[in-house]
Design a protein around this ligand. Structure first.
Ligand code: NAI
Length: 344
């Protein structure tokens, strides 16, 4: 049996990897630690490693994995902004799970919008305490409101369909528009200015980092509602906090946060959190923070496990690695994959 080191293992991950790994002839070595330069050594002697969004896949961690004999790292996530691809190139193959359930993330975005708007989270707490007052729980009809969707890839398009079901007017921005005449594309400036609700569904890149900042917030409607289920650093958190204090922003729902790797996925309920911006945001009545859980459905988790195991199988069997990525993939003609079926 091939042994696979599995970093940052949580009970909900293990369910689906335990169910399917034996079919592939893999034995999972579950590690509670995140992958860092210090913990890379824990995979020594294994045949491959599996990591996740908030693992630190920097040059030092990659070198540690390489020194321990690892030549294949399977990311069990779609995003890959935490990886030093240049350091990995030529040493460790890296594959990811490009899609597992756009529905999971888009449905969570709508759940956040409905909760934020209709304040069901506060009503739930009140009625448990036999407080049946409605004061402060007023929302607005989503029907007829304009939602601005930034990024119309797999998740953004499912979110658009959901919003249409609620009778919302949809406008969208994407530098690579989908071939779908029914999506009303506008410029980013128009989207900021026209939308009552803005939902971010684009990747984190150099271009998109802090796309929501003091300048773009100033262009938005007073009382705008912001949803971020993509990557935390799309939003300048300090600028958002300021805009909430001045009531420019009427509500924000964040499933991701730019400094989330310090805290998300762990229990800090007995700890004083050092991040003042996060603490202040969470203290606001019109802010909801969830801990990067948009992907957390059974369907998504099973798809993640199956694709990750298949990525590992392709590597071990010498097959084409369909989901491999490297820093050259983006640059046309510089990645070997189209010829050799592998990035290097
Ligand atoms: P996708 O690759 O299908 O779509 C991304 C879209 O963003 C593409 O259409 C692309 O053209 C567009 N885009 C690129 N640069 C842009 C820019 N500067 N401005 C606006 N749009 C731009 O990706 P998918 O599957 O829809 O995922 C979207 C994001 O959701 C991912 O990048 C990831 O960060 C996040 N995500 C979050 C999860 C969670 O649990 N919270 C789970 C899965 C993904």
């Amino acid at each position: 049996m091939r042994k696979i080191a599995f970093y940052d293992a949580k009970p909900y991950d293990r369910v689906w990897f335990d169910a399917h790994a034996p079919e592939y002839g893999f034995e999972m070595k579950y590690l509670e630690n995140r992958l860092t330069a210090d913990t890379a050594v824990l995979s020594a002697g294994c045949d491959a490693a599996v990591a996740f969004v908030n693992d630190t896949v920097d040059a030092a961690a990659l070198q540690g994995l390489f020194d321990g004999g690892i030549r294949m790292l399977a990311m069990r996530c779609a995003g890959y902004n935490n990886i030093d691809f240049k350091a990995a190139y030529g040493k460790i193959h890296i594959a990811r799970v490009p899609a597992y359930s756009p529905y999971a993330v888009a449905e969570h975005a709508m759940a956040l919008l409905l909760t934020l708007n209709r304040k069901t989270h506060r009503a739930y707490i009140r009625t448990r305490d036999f407080n049946f007052s409605l004061n402060g729980l007023t929302g607005f009809d989503l029907h007829g409101k304009t939602v601005g969707v930034v990024g119309t890839g797999k998740i953004g398009r499912v979110f658009i369909d959901i919003c249409r079901g609620f009778g919302m007017n949809v406008i969208a921005y994407d530098p690579y528009p989908a071939q779908d005449a029914s999506i009303g594309y506008v410029s980013l400036e128009e989207l900021w200015a026209q939308a009552d609700v803005i939902s971010l569904h684009c990747p984190l890149t150099r271009d998109t980092r802090h796309m929501v900042n003091a300048a773009s917030l100033a262009q938005m409607k007073n009382g705008v509602v912001l949803l971020n289920t993509s990557r935390g650093a799309l939003i300048d958190s300090e600028a958002l906090l300021e805009a909430i204090k001045t009531k420019k922003v009427g509500g924000a729902a964040l499933d991701v946060y730019e400094e989330e790797s310090e805290v998300f996925f762990e229990d800090f309920s007995n700890t004083i959190i050092a991040d003042d911006v996060l603490s202040r945001l969470i203290s606001m009545p019109n802010v909801i923070v969830t801990s990067h859980q948009a992907f957390l459905t059974n369907e998504a988790l099973e798809n993640i496990a199956l694709t990750t195991l298949e990525n590992l199988r392709q590597y071990f069997d010498g097959d084409e690695m369909k989901n491999e990525i490297c820093y050259q993939c983006q640059k046309k003609g510089t990645c070997d994959r189209s010829v050799t079926k592998r990035c290097f």
